[in-house]
Write a protein that binds this ligand. Structure first.
Ligand code: GAR
Length: 218
């Protein structure tokens, strides 16, 4: 599977989130006022809840936002279709899950499979799911980190684009999940900015499970 040939102009990004949006902010800051140099621009930010702090960050940056809540739909499939339609309105080239705490469904993956990426706060394939930091701490690992990956129909199982490592120290107790998560997020923000920029500027191809950045068509 290969990315489409480079089109004219920056790649259109839709960012999905549920939380404070510091990863979104890192993308906004990296793009700055020169989307052409970065290779991408954020055309919309979507959330699954009203109170996601990331929505305010988007609004402050003048980026359109939308909210698509599971509880506003009769079934999960209807929610999945509504989310897919809301994103499609913005004609994205890439969709970035930056702390979006929902699993997308078949309609979403049919529309955007192969161009939906996620950032996860653990070194996949270890500790997938909603509690990657907590689960890694509870397991007693000595290193953990973050993973940017393509999303497939599993939970955090898609091909890995980039990973960053963070040491776990003696001071990291199970109660210290938030502090470790903050250290992971410092690495994660740079990793995500770098990975999205490389995908946008250089394209990619996937062989088996291996993602190759750049060299499209070789
Ligand atoms: C990030 O650490 C991201 O990896 C995590 O949520 C955080 C969002 O931070 N996502 C998951 O745990 C998904 N399973 P942010 O709102 O400050 O960008």
């Amino acid at each position: 599977m290969a990315s489409p040939p480079p089109s004219t102009g920056p790649v259109r990004l839709v960012v999905l989130l549920s939380g404070s949006g510091t990863n979104l902010q890192a993308l906004i800051d990296a793009i700055g006022d020169d989307p052409a140099a970065y290779g991408a621009r954020i055309v919309a930010v979507g959330a699954d809840r009203d109170k996601a702090g990331g929505l305010e960050r988007a609004e402050r940056a003048g980026i359109p936002t939308f909210v698509c809540k599971l509880k506003d739909h009769a079934t999960r499939a209807e929610w999945d279709e509504a989310l897919t339609a809301a994103i499609a309105d913005h004609r994205p080239g890439l969709i970035v899950s930056a702390g979006f705490m929902k699993i997308v469904g078949p309609a979403f993956l049919a529309a955007f499979g192969g161009r939906f990426i996620n950032t996860h706060p653990a070194l996949l394939p270890s500790f997938p799911g909603a509690h990657g930091v907590r689960d890694a701490l509870a397991h007693g690992v000595k290193v953990t980190g973050c993973t940017v990956h393509f999303v497939d129909d599993g939970v955090d199982t898609g091909p890995i684009i980039a990973q960053g490592v963070v040491e776990v120290t003696e001071e990291d107790t199970p109660e210290g999940e938030a502090a470790l998560h903050e250290r992971i997020k410092e690495v994660e923000r740079s990793l995500l900015v770098e990975a999205v920029g490389r995908l946008a500027r250089d394209g990619h191809r996937i062989e088996g499970r291996k993602v190759h950045l750049g060299h499209v068509g070789e």
